[in-house]
Design a protein around this ligand. Structure first.
Ligand SMILES: NC(=O)c1ccc[n+]([C@@H]2O[C@H](COP(=O)([O-])OP(=O)(O)OC[C@H]3O[C@@H](n4cnc5c(N)ncnc54)[C@H](OP(=O)(O)O)[C@@H]3O)[C@@H](O)[C@H]2O)c1
Length: 306
């Protein structure tokens, strides 16, 4: 089978021919139909997250997959050959950018009939992170207002929809065509961050979802109401700044969870949310997909069609 493999930090990911793995025990062999890229793939390739996810080379790449069950490790498990499934693979082990992957049975989630594989592949990291931040960590309420940075990005495009689904008021930042995209996803107000200064335009925000970090994160403290929450997917918020503004600041470290991914899938179908897809490319165009992800300009998810 073909698989994208990294030979070392900062090396170009390369398509290799490798043996199809055999599932044993509680493992399932999934025939991959689609996989999604994430900024994490770029950070892993650059060695920027070595402290959390140390890679051993050669290292198969990719975390987010959707496909069908090809083989089961044990006939007693609940998965059957032909089941449509999705999963988030461990970032250290990778293996999503391939024709087949071994997945532990308890990490698999059923792909409902109405969800195509490209869209399903877009969910495991980005949508589940938005969910973990807004629903589980912030406990966002219908009466509240949330500021979503990078509303046209992978995490932000889901965050806007989930927040609206909860009944909250949503303000998003974006630029260029991203402004209209964020509006169409359900944002009540979109701030074009290239021509407008969010920090002087909004105040009394209940929750900020920071997907940018740095100066954007620091300036976001000032738009919160007292007791508000700044959640960052990029870096742990400065606790001294949080205390000075009398707000909470927390880092959201997304952990793979089949239960959370099932909740996400339910919300997607129950509330009619959609997966914003930047582009779909074949595995042979992986370099282009990776470059697009590394650009930081994607509108939603970059999908590999396998
Ligand atoms: N901690 C965790 O567990 C976790 C989980 C998931 C993601 N993350 C991290 O969260 C970050 C966001 O992830 P993602 O998947 O959403 O990234 P992404 O899809 O690559 O985000 C791209 C979007 O960011 C927008 N953008 C860039 N700079 C901006 C700015 N200053 N203000 C507003 N929008 C801006 C771009 O719009 P323009 O082209 O218009 O600028 C683009 O639409 C990444 O750093 C990722 O690694 C962390």
């Amino acid at each position: 089978m073909r698989q994208i493999i990294l030979s070392g930090y900062e090396q170009n990911p390369v398509l290799h021919d490798v043996a199809i793995p055999e599932p044993t025990g509680s493992e399932v062999l999934v025939r991959i139909a689609a996989a999604a890229l994430n900024p994490l793939d770029v950070k892993l390739q650059r060695g920027q997250v070595h402290a959390y996810f140390p890679l051993e080379f050669p290292s198969p790449m990719g975390t987010d997959v959707a496909g069908t069950v090809e083989k089961v490790g044990s006939p007693t498990m609940r998965w059957r050959v032909g089941d449509r499934v999705m999963a988030r693979l461990d970032p250290t082990g990778g293996g999503a950018f391939a024709e087949y992957a071994i997945v532990s049975e308890d990490q698999l989630v059923l792909v409902p009939d109405g969800l195509d594989f490209n869209s399903a592949a877009g969910l495991p990291t980005a949508a589940a992170t938005a969910w973990q931040a807004l629903v589980e960590t912030a406990d966002l309420q219908p009466s509240q207002t949330v500021l979503v940075h990078a509303g046209a990005g992978g995490v932000g495009s889901f965050a806007i929809q989930f927040a609206r689904g909860l009944g909250a008021r949503v303000i998003a930042t974006a630029s260029g065509d991203g402004v209209e995209i964020a509006r169409e996803l359900g944002a009540d107000q979109v701030i074009d961050y290239r021509s407008e200064d969010f920090a002087s335009m909004v105040s009394d925000i209940d929750v900020v979802l920071d997907t940018i970090g740095g100066e954007v994160q620091q300036r976001s403290f000032g738009v919160l109401r007292g007791g508000g929450k700044l959640l960052s997917t990029v870096s742990p918020p400065d606790q001294a700044l949080a205390a000075a503004h009398k707000v909470d600041g927390a880092f959201v470290f997304h952990t793979s969870s089949a239960r959370r991914l099932s909740d996400v899938v339910k919300a997607m179908s129950g509330q009619g949310h959609s997966v914003l897809i930047d582009r779909v490319l074949p595995m042979t165009s992986f370099a282009e997909a990776f470059e697009r992800q590394a650009s930081g300009r994607a509108r939603g998810k970059i999908i590999l069609s396998v």
